[in-house]
Design a protein around this ligand. Structure first.
Ligand code: URA
Length: 216
């Protein structure tokens, strides 16, 4: 999942029928908080399955009730998840259902209203970040500015093998992220039409953080 050139890889759009079905129900305004959380967990589990497709394995000898055999296990330490606060946390449960031993980092950024620069308010990362596959999660790739700033911070901390995973994205967000980080593949369940004047993804699903945490 890495590019041999400086050209960005095309975004990977996950279009499995289960993902399409669940995403449709996630988008519906009638979906309750409980339903939204359940669907997000299920979708993130399915995304994690794809995002971990090429993790390295190592041989391991095991004994079944009948005989000894050569099995395989994940070669570690490898994968970690990095949540972009706060909505990224909504994708962690499903991912950790599949990879329960993975360390988890958090990046918190807000946009300074005057300078419009991304300002970091929280950063806590796993050890050995430079040698890990870092799956960076945020449900909504809208303008791409905060995702690009988060990836820049992670690279400053030594991360080299990054993958960005989101539920919904926009052409603008993808272009922004690819321009800033052409080496980072983007995995998404949908490329929506675009952004409205308030920075919302259209047709979108509304504010992912508010729907996950039942806030306004
Ligand atoms: N963040 C959200 O939660 N929703 C959007 O539509 C855009 C950014």
């Amino acid at each position: 999942m890495t590019s041999e050139t400086n050209l960005p890889l095309p975004p990977i759009v996950l279009d499995h029928p289960l993902i399409r079905h669940k995403l449709t129900h996630l988008r519906r305004k009638e979906t309750s908080t409980a339903g939204f959380r359940r669907l997000t967990r299920e979708l993130s589990l399915l995304m994690c399955y794809e995002a971990t497709r090429d993790l390295p394995l190592e041989p391991v000898e095991i004994t079944t009730p009948l005989e000894t055999m050569q099995g395989e296990q994940l070669a570690g330490p490898d994968v970690c998840f990095i949540s972009i606060l706060r909505a990224g946390n909504g994708l962690l449960d499903g991912m950790l259902d599949l990879v329960p031993f993975a360390p988890v980092g958090h990046v918190g950024l807000y946009r300074d209203p005057d300078s419009l620069e991304a300002v970091e308010y929280y950063l806590k990362l796993p050890t050995q970040i430079a040698s890990r596959r870092c799956i960076v999660v945020d449900p909504m790739l809208a303008t791409g500015h905060s995702a690009a700033a988060a990836l820049t911070r992670l690279k400053e901390e030594g991360a080299k093998r990054l993958l960005f995973v989101c539920l919904l994205s926009t052409p603008e967000g993808i272009a922004c992220l690819q321009k800033a980080h052409p080496d980072v593949p983007i995995m998404t369940c949908s490329i929506d039409r675009g952004l409205d004047d308030h920075g919302y993804i259209r047709p979108g699903l509304g504010d992912a953080g508010d729907r996950l945490f039942s806030t306004r």
